[in-house]
Design a protein around this ligand. Sequence first.
Ligand code: ADP
Ligand code: MG
Length: 287
Amino acid sequence: ATPTSIMVGTGKAAESGILFKGGEHLERTHKLDAIILDKTGTITKGQPEVTDFSGDQDTLQLLASAEKASEHPLAEAIVNYAVGKKINIHDAEQFEAIPGHGIKAIVEQKEILVGNRKLLNDAQVNTTDFEKDLLTYEEAGKTAMLIAIDQELKGIVAVADTIKETAVEAIQQLKQQNLEVIMLTGDNPTTARAIANQVGIDQVFAGVLPEEKANKIKEVQLQGKMVAMVGDGINDAPALAISDIGIAIGTGTEVAIEAADVTILGGELLLIPKAIKLSKATIRNIR
Ligand code: ADP
Ligand code: MG
């Protein structure tokens, strides 16, 4: 590989908004076999909005007060919704995030749990009453969260995120480049499947806890494949670091950008097949 052609390649990439940290990453990109994409903030815009809420005013108030302490995009959506409903949001007396599952807070001496089935079931809360609603929301590609107050099931809130306009096209191009395309998410399998279907992804790893995302990359690497990971969040950083090519979404967190080998500006997914094309062209010129 001549240093000059690599330099020209990375320069061309940078002009299009593909920032390689070094020439070796551009060289390696043409060898990829599989690409694993995070769902929230990578395939979707990462700006979820509440679409449905069932529960009384008190439940909404406690829900929003509990979520106010969370930094998760889902929490922001819930707080915005409550503000729009002119709900008086309080400060939580205690707050704990349970990664991949939800949150637990004390507000006005009441214990609030918000999160997925597993979170509530682990706390011995029966979720049967809302099972049907849960499934309806999940099949529509929404993230639904159950709300329990002092161990009692009190409500359900569903949040939807918009798929990026160019996601379908980008994934189609990646498949045409003979890459195996996989979606990776902490969200539940039904919601994940619904989103994957909308963008044309066949393979899904769902319900993956933040600390297990990197293991999923390793699993695919152990099949003898060269793997790229695309992600935006703090919890994607270990997976980005372990992958053969880590691709950070430019609109994502600083931690993800630091852990990655490449950053795509503006989170434009079409820049990923473009990066692969550029890498192949560069290698061809070298040989
Ligand atoms: P992702 O991989 O999509 O970023 P996470 O691993 O952050 O997902 O979260 C997985 C699941 O945990 C969410 O789908 C939701 O059910 C639950 N969860 C996470 N944070 C919160 C929160 N602040 N409030 C309620 N539920 C949450
Ligand atoms: Mg994400």
